[in-house]
Design a protein around this ligand. Structure first.
Ligand code: GLU
Length: 284
């Protein structure tokens, strides 16, 4: 029997929702409705420096105004650090991560001085054990990074690793997609400050929440390559992906928090009804 369809909307409460979020949330919600499946909401609130607790309530209010409902309890990532530490522990035991003491600035400088010159995902190397022990003992902060070479050995190569894309990537990629492991490089799985990072938290949560379909914007298409790799390393099921187009504003540019896009709260205050916004976004 086919698994029951489960999807989710997973905003980060680092700002207020705008039309782009509404489009994404409605796309996932409608897909669940059409499939007779479940719709979950997850607040990705692990970025302690950028998150603002007051946005949590605003997000829920905006989504309810749009006419969405979701299963309770809402999963808040900050309350599930033990789950992420357990996954990191598994990767550590298998020698698939290493401590990285470098600062962002050092990494940027190292990438710039590399012979190819181009910015690309960071590939580092663990420190020699004695040096590592010395730095840990002196209390230097470190991140945990994926050891891509060890991961390749553990999986016997990445050749067979694919994910199913039912939507499309930014260049129209669809269908069975071969994982490009180099896209994430030795990606950070646990940040120095927070103890976990985006890709690990999403991968663990999608599995724990039984998500069968990850529905989100095309800006996260490359993330699927990294997350599929982590699923394989952690022995987790692979969801199907449906990346959707990014909607653009009147100026042709996609909506983004950093451009001060009009928020749903502002749209609402202008007296726009949820029905009108849904229609504008192509729903109903
Ligand atoms: N929290 C992420 C964001 O707001 C989305 C993560 C995901 O859908 O995988 O961009």
């Amino acid at each position: 029997m086919a698994r029951r369809f489960v999807t989710r909307f997973a905003p980060s409460p680092t700002g207020r929702l705008h039309r782009g979020h509404a489009y994404s949330a409605l796309t996932a919600f409608e897909a669940a409705r059409v499939a007779g499946g479940r719709f979950l909401l997850r607040l990705e609130d692990i970025d302690l420096t950028r998150r603002r607790p007051e946005f949590d309530a605003d997000i829920l209010a905006d989504l309810a105004w749009l006419g969405l409902d979701w299963e309770e309890p809402v999963r808040r990532q900050s309350q599930h650090m033990a789950d992420y530490h357990a996954a990191l522990g598994t990767l550590r035991q298998r020698g698939l991560v290493y401590r990285c003491f470098r600062t962002r600035r050092e990494i940027a400088a190292a990438i710039e001085s590399a012979p190819h010159g181009a910015m690309e995902a960071w590939r580092g190397a663990p420190l020699p054990p004695s040096e590592e022990a010395r730095r840990v003992a002196q209390g230097d902060p470190y991140a945990w990074r994926l050891a891509l070479d060890a991961a390749r050995r553990a999986l016997g190569g990445f050749g067979a690793l694919t994910f199913e894309e039912e939507g499309a990537g930014p260049d129209g990629q669809t269908g069975r997609i071969a994982v490009r492991s180099e896209l994430g490089g030795d990606v950070v799985l646990a940040r120095k400050d927070v103890g976990v990072a985006y890709h690990l938290a999403v991968t663990v949560d999608d599995a724990l929440q039984g998500v069968t379909h990850v529905i989100r914007g095309q800006d996260l298409f490359e993330a699927a390559h990294v997350q599929r790799l982590l699923q394989a390393l952690l022995g987790l099921p692979a969801p199907v992906y449906r990346h959707h187009r990014l909607i653009a504003g009147p100026d042709g540019r996609r909506y983004a928090k950093r451009d001060q896009a009009e928020t749903l709260a502002e749209i609402r205050r202008r007296g726009v009804t949820p029905q009108a916004l849904r229609r504008e976004l192509g729903f109903d």
